[in-house]
Design a protein around this ligand. Structure first.
Ligand code: FO1
Length: 317
């Protein structure tokens, strides 16, 4: 079975662990992950791709599981030195081990390799068992528009998320570079040739919607032959993880499983979903979307693999 997954960082990484565990029982199956790069940023001259790296480190068993990002057993000597120099930003911490990844990436990009090739090269070391594709090879970064002394100002998503902990009300999310962005090499084929497309329980606004907005990706999902099943990132009225509740109201979407399903929409009505997994006790009634309620807590790869098995059943595969 060929499974293609749309995913963000920390939640997407955990979900992919479950997809990989599910696929381990199906010899010959292939998993492709299309990963959000809207969080990408350049700091201290280094190109940083947080979601790609969170997925890569997690699948490799090299992530710091407590933080969910960066390397296990990390040290911060370079960061300490940068802070001594007063080199901004000091609110975004780069670990010594992690910096090696950014150095390799930055050099390869400067040499002219597209991000998809760079990602494949980095993953060569880690052997993640999942083909990882950035959503686009172009720069397409999420900026957050905030109110500033009576006027509007845009700051990079990382500044809003990490420095301000999403505590400043966002007026709008803007994907800078979206108009000229195209799906990265292999992305459209991975959707068109899949037997099943899964939407991970990642942040629906700044991860999944960002991927869906890349010209060509939403269209491929809507027109593709594979059923598309999503998992709700919201349990009750709160995100499973992260701060999606600071993002959904900006789009006028209720923080609920039903709200997110409405955002993605039914494929039969021009959206992307055929099926939607929600947590036990939640409700989501949308014409054209098959809904299944079950436990959605990703407590282990095995528990998540069981969710994937239910998604496969819901898709009728
Ligand atoms: N998250 C933080 O909360 N603080 C940090 O200093 C930080 C640094 C960082 C460095 C590399 C990287 O790949 C991720 C990093 N993250 C950090 C996580 C990241 O900013 C966000 O959690 C995601 O972009 C949201 O998915």
């Amino acid at each position: 079975m060929r499974i293609t997954v749309l995913a963000g960082g920390v939640g997407g990484a955990r979900f992919l662990q479950g997809v990989r565990a599910y696929a381990a029982g199906l010899p010959g199956s292939e998993i492709t992950a299309i990963i959000n790069t809207g969080d990408d940023v350049t700091m201290h001259g280094l190109r940083i791709c947080p979601d790609l790296d969170s997925v890569m480190y997690t699948l490799a068993g090299a992530v710091d599981t407590e933080r969910g990002w960066g390397r296990e057993g990390e040290s911060w000597r370079i960061m300490d030195e940068l802070t001594e120099y007063g080199a901004e930003p000091t609110w975004f911490s780069l670990g010594d081990l992690d910096i090696a990844t950014h150095l390799v990436r930055t050099q390869m990009l400067a040499a002219g390799y597209p991000l998809s090739d760079v990602t494949a090269a980095l993953c060569q070391r880690w052997q993640t068992g999942v083909r990882m594709l950035p959503m686009t090879d172009e720069r397409c970064e999420t900026h957050v528009v905030i109110a500033d002394h009576g006027s509007r100002r845009a700051i990079h998503f990382q500044e809003w998320w990490v420095r301000h902990r999403a505590g400043i009300p966002a007026l709008e999310f803007v994907q800078v570079g979206l108009e000229s962005a195209r799906p990265a090499a292999g992305v459209v084929a991975a959707i068109e040739e899949a037997d099943l497309v899964l939407i991970a329980p990642s942040n629906p606004v700044v991860s999944i919607n960002t991927i869906l907005n890349v010209p060509g990706i939403g269209q491929a999902l809507r027109g593709g032959p594979a059923p598309v099943v999503g998992l709700s990132p919201i349990i009750g009225d709160a995100p499973v993880r992260g701060m999606a509740d600071a993002c959904l109201p900006v789009l006028g979407v209720q923080t609920s499983a039903a709200g997110v399903a409405g955002l993605y929409g039914a494929r039969s009505a021009g959206g992307v979903l055929d099926g939607w997994l929600i947590h036990t006790g939640d409700t989501a009634e949308l014409p054209g979307i098959a809904v299944l309620a079950r436990d959605l807590l990703m407590t282990s790869a095995e528990a998540t693999a069981a969710m994937v098995a239910d998604a496969v059943r819901l898709a009728g595969r």
